[in-house]
Each structure stands twice: as C-alpha cells, then as structure tokens.
Design a protein around this ligand. Structure first.
Ligand code: PLP
Length: 419
C-alpha cells in the first residue's frame, strides 16, 4: 500500500481528502465558541478571575517577538511598575508563565530542597498548598495549623519558630479560601527575621488591594497572580526576591528540579533579554497594562477604593440578613465570605445567581459559604449594586428569608457615607 503522506509533491487536494478520511482519529464535530459563550458576558464576582479593563483585554490580543527590543522595553517597565506595587527596590523581580500557584512553586522550589527546614503557617487551603509544595521538593516541613476563621497568636508563632528553627517560613497574607486576613503579617516577619529565617508571603489575592510593603516589612519573597488584585488575565504571575533570598537561590549547589521555574534561568529572560522559554507575550502585555492602571490610580487611592467597596458590600450583605463568615478581627476585605442558611447549599446559590442574574460568585472547597470577590475591577459601585441585588433575589428565589430593599439601601448608605 502507498502512504499518501509520503510524496507531498503529488498530494493533490483529492488525495489529501482521501487520506484524511482514512485517519484513525476522526475530526470531532464541535460547536463554535459563539454558541457556547453567553450573549452577554457574566459579571465575574467570584474569588478570581475578575473582570479586566479594556486596555488589558486589548493588550492580551497582541502578539510580538518575545526577544525583540519592544519586548525588552515592556519587560523593563513591567519590572519597575511591579517594584512600586510590591514596594520594593530589589532588583530581583521576575514574571512567571503560569498561575499564582506557579509563582508559589517558584518561591518554594528555589529556596527549599531536600533537608531544608520549612515552617508553613497554615490558615487554610492556599497556605496549605505551600506546605505541600515544600514537601514535594523534599524539605522537612513543619506546619503551624491554625483553626478555621482564626489567626494564630504571636506567641504560638514564636513558639513554632523556636521549636522548628526554620530556614524558610511560608505565610499567606489573605487566605482566600476561608476569607481570613493575617493582619499581623509585619509582626510575623519580624519574628522570623529575628530567628534568621527567610519569609515567603503569598499575596495573590491581596496585592494592590491592601497595604503590603515588601522592603519596609522585611519580606524576602512576595508572589502574586494576574487574575486577582491586579485585574489582569490568569496565567502570568509575578514574584520578587530580596537580596538575601536571591543570595540563597544563587548559592545553592543542586539545581532546581523544576526547570521552567528555576529562578536563575528565568533571570536570563527577565534581566538579560535572553531566552529561557517563549514568554507568554500577550499575557505580559496585558500585565503591563494592568500595572500601568494601578500606577495611574496610585496605590493609596486603590487601597481606599477597595476598603470602601468591600465594607459597603459587607454592610449590604448583613443588611440582607445574612452573616459574614469570618469575625471582624481577622476578616479579609479582598474576598468576602458569606455564611448560608442551612436550607440552601453554596452550589444552589452559585448556579442560580449565574443562570438567573448572570453574576458569577464562588463557593469554597466544602465550606458552607459563598464568596464574593473585591479585587481590582470588582470594586466598582455598579457591580456592587448588581451583585447585592442578584444575591438577595437569589436567596428569595431559593426560599430563604432576606430583606432585599434593606440590603440595597445599606449598600447605598455605606458607599455615600464613605465618599
Ligand atoms: C488564587 C490564590 C492562589 C492560587 O492562584 P492560582 O492562580 O489559582 O494558581 C494562591 N493563593 C491565594 C491566596 C489565592 O487567592
């Protein structure tokens, strides 16, 4: 039998069609995206990804040479804007092709290896993920397990540090899963430094939504994703290492087993305009625009906008007659957790509000709550009104007793009072 793919010069369209018809895996029949996506985009008010500004969406549709002069200029600006957002003067700012988790893994896998003593302060799902990543690189991992909806006391943290003598400590700034804010982050870093440990902070949901000052607080590594506080697309993340952390990365003798996440290889692209892997150029351009918008707004104003919107949302939700999940003492503002009455499940609420009101909110890994994000573009007044209204209507539709006018009124009052 002749192989029709062999003699390409005699591969007429008829022959090619005949060959394709004979392929063992037939072409599937699929629907075009236009018939899959809703006519009107859903309002993304969950725990990320969040709505993106037009400038970000436009940048995300452009492809340029990943190693040309234009890209070099873009990278330079991304790094300097990232330094502002991280509040660091460190040279060691890098981008990561991957989700927030890839940036977490870059931090962990470059600083820890077999035998490294790591202490992970575990407040929930995401801070637990860093402990798991450290275990996977062979580190000796101790955890300080904190009860749901609580933060550990400074005493407990000091004791854990004394007991385990960690070289690296991992901690989350805002634990998105149960909406807990590690509000003593500065004190935790102080304790860690006094004990000679490097501190890795997961700021995926908090960066640019609330104050975090990498240098002034003495943090060694800060990581963030694109699709949360920064309101960029998912898939391109940022990480910054302090000089001390970079020194440890440089001095290690065994290479990082994660080739893509090796910070010394990534440095070649992010600092020397050389090749590591083909950077996600469109995503980097999108991130550039997201960072530029943060700079235009300024961090001070952005923090104030987040605070005002999140508090108004919290007031609106409580006035509906629903309870916030986390006590005020450690309540995160960038993601608001809402306890549900026993008669409805998170799944029912999320499905209904999406289908009936075109608003997306999130459940949370088995907890009896729904979560509404207050990150980046989610903190806009018109989005809040639509969301509180949709949530109130949804609860009513599902037979729960809420005071919808009171919720909307409280939202308005709270927003006006803080204007
Ligand atoms: C979302 C999130 C992550 C994980 O980010 P991905 O982009 O989903 O990998 C990690 N930590 C925190 C605090 C988060 O909110």
């Amino acid at each position: 039998m002749t192989d029709p793919t062999r003699h390409t010069d005699s591969l007429t369209p008829q022959r090619a069609a005949a060959a394709a018809a004979a392929l063992p895996v037939p072409c599937p029949g699929v629907d075009p995206l236009t018939s899959i996506l809703p006519d009107e985009p859903l309002l993304m008010m969950g725990a990320g990804p969040v709505p993106i500004p037009d400038a970000v969406a436009k940048a995300n549709s452009v492809v340029i040479n990943h190693l040309g002069d234009t890209m070099a200029r873009v990278i330079d600006q991304v790094k300097s804007m990232a330094r502002y957002v991280f509040q660091t003067r460190s040279n060691w700012v890098l981008g990561v092709a991957g989700p927030g988790s890839a940036a977490m893994e870059m931090a962990v896998s470059n600083l820890a290896w077999p035998g490294t003593r790591v202490l992970s302060i575990v407040n929930g799902f995401f801070s637990g993920r860093m402990a798991e990543m450290a275990r996977r690189v062979g580190a000796e991992v101790a955890t300080l397990d904190v009860a749901d909806r609580e933060i550990a006391s400074l005493d407990a943290r000091a004791q854990a540090i004394e007991r385990t003598r960690p070289e690296v400590i991992t901690v989350v700034h805002g634990e998105t899963s149960n909406t807990v804010w590690n509000r003593q982050l500065q004190d935790i870093v102080r304790l860690a430094k006094a004990a000679g440990a490097l501190v890795v902070v997961d700021a995926v949901c908090t960066l640019s939504t609330m104050p975090l000052e990498m240098d002034a607080w003495g943090i060694d590594v800060v990581i963030t994703g694109g699709q949360k506080g920064l309101s960029s697309i998912p898939g391109v993340s940022l990480i910054a290492f302090s000089d001390a952390a970079w020194e440890r990365v440089r001095a290690r003798t065994a290479p990082n087993t994660h080739w893509c996440l090796d910070a010394t290889l990534a440095e070649n692209f992010w600092h020397n305009a050389g090749y590591h892997y083909t950077a996600p150029v469109s995503g980097v351009l999108a991130l550039h625009e997201a960072l530029r918008l943060v700079c235009t707004e300024t961090l001070e104003k952005r923090f104030a906008r987040h605070q005002r919107c999140s508090l108004a949302l919290q007031n609106g939700v409580t006035a509906l007659g629903l309870e916030l999940y986390t006590p005020e003492t450690c309540r995160l503002s960038s993601v608001v957790g809402i306890a549900l009455p026993a008669s409805v499940t998170p799944r029912d609420v999320c499905d209904h509000i999406s289908r009936q009101y075109q608003v997306e909110i999130a459940g949370s890994f088995g907890l009896p709550i729904v979560r509404i994000g207050q990150m980046g573009e989610q903190c806009r007044e018109h989005h809040l009104f639509r969301t509180v209204h949709a949530l109130g209507r949804t609860m009513r539709d599902l037979g729960a007793n809420v005071d919808l006018p009171a919720g909307v009124a409280a939202l308005e009052e709270s927003l006006s009072a803080a204007r």
